[in-house]
Design a protein. Structure first.
Length: 137
């Protein structure tokens, strides 16, 4: 046990820039292994746990789903190589970009529909204005 620096959950949370509750949640869903217990039942974590949390945080910022994060973490655990993880990450990111492009296309279509609807409303408003001028002031 000498040479290994252990971190309590508060220290880990501070270094990983996330809340202890988030860390516990990641443990609950299996994204992070439960920390080792030392005397007094205190759960402690290692530098490897910190690196894993930082990796998870980067994946989250990239917009990956928890299931995708699980997959990448599992690949890393099995193969202990970044190359396999990076290859799969590229595949997941490609899929993510395709989904974003699809959303952009849907939003552009919706924008066009809204603009067309707005134009029709304005035409109707403009058609009714001359009647107002002729009517009672």
């Amino acid at each position: 046990m000498e040479g290994i620096k252990y971190l309590k959950i508060g220290e880990l949370a501070y270094l990983a820039e996330m809340s202890p509750r988030t860390i516990r949640y990641y443990q609950e869903i299996g994204l992070l292994h439960p920390g080792k217990r030392i005397e007094g039942g205190i759960r402690v974590f290692t530098e490897n746990d910190l690196q894993r949390l930082r990796f998870i945080k980067r994946l989250k910022h990239l917009g990956l789903a928890l299931s995708e994060m699980h997959e990448l973490a599992d690949i890393y655990e099995i193969h202990k190589t970044n190359r396999r993880v990076l290859i799969r990450l590229c595949e997941l990111l490609d899929n993510h970009v395709k989904k974003i492009d699809e959303r952009i296309n849907n939003l552009n279509r919706l924008k066009e529909e809204i603009l067309n609807y707005q134009e029709k409303i304005l035409q109707k408003v403009n058609q009714e204005r001359p009647l107002e001028k002729e009517g009672v002031s």
